[in-house]
Design a protein around this ligand. Structure first.
Ligand code: PRP
Ligand code: URA
Length: 201
């Protein structure tokens, strides 16, 4: 993202002294910017509307959207999207990386009907891409054909993995970082997003 406000927010998220309450607030703000970018091409439907002065034709978003946060950290991005799109349907995917292997495993999956709907998959960190690819596999298996991945910080490794396995899925990220460390954390990154969001460090 090249919007100055997005860069400003990412810098505050990176700052190790940013405490969970501010971290959550900034995540909400940044998600609004990501959601606007991710939905830039949503189809519109023409509708009649009566202003206080006269009748005119307006446009509304055509069809409901689905948002699927990847638990746990993705939950921090849900509230802003639900506020922007009040009719959104929400699915949940629980994925957790093993601390030693960095392999993600699934512990929860509850998805609404996805066929014919735009699905916003939200997870702030795209590191190896293992979680994102599993999540995309799951929503596609449930019928999604229009999937968009929203993240805060991405590593080149994760972007490559998603592009390889799911070239049809656009990645809307606030920052593209340098690399992963030996423990598969993003550098410079911002640490463990879930821990910083929920104060579980
Ligand atoms: C984090 C993050 C992603 C995943 C990214 O979640 O929110 O889901 O790691 O890593 P990957 O691209 O290498 O798969 P984590 O597994 O730490 O779980 P949490 O959200 O419950 O903290
Ligand atoms: N998950 C995180 O929360 N941070 C990272 O840097 C990598 C995965």
């Amino acid at each position: 993202m090249d919007h100055p406000l997005a860069r400003h927010f990412v810098t505050h998220l990176r700052d190790a002294s940013t405490k969970p309450p501010l971290f959550r607030t900034i995540t909400n703000h940044l998600t609004v910017i990501l959601a606007l970018e991710a939905t830039r091409d949503l189809p519109l439907r023409s509708v009649p509307v009566q202003t206080p002065l006269e009748a005119v034709r307006g446009e509304v978003i055509n069809g409901p959207l689905v948002v699927v946060p990847i638990l746990r950290a993705g939950l921090g991005m849900l509230a802003s999207i639900a506020e922007l799109f009040p009719d959104v349907a929400v699915g949940y995917l629980g994925l957790e990386r093993d601390h030693t292997t960095a392999q993600a495993s699934s512990y929860y999956c509850k998805l609404p009907p996805l066929a014919g709907r735009c699905t916003l998959l939200v997870d702030p960190m795209l590191a190896t891409g293992g979680s994102a690819c599993q999540a995309i596999d799951a929503v596609k298996a449930a019928g999604a054909t229009d999937v968009r991945l929203l993240c805060v910080v991405a590593a080149p490794e994760g972007v490559g993995e998603v592009r390889r396995h799911h070239p049809d899925v656009p990645i809307i990220g606030a920052a593209l970082d340098r690399e992963l460390n030996a423990q598969k954390y993003i550098l410079p990154g911002l640490g463990d997003f879930g821990d910083r969001l929920y104060g579980t460090l």
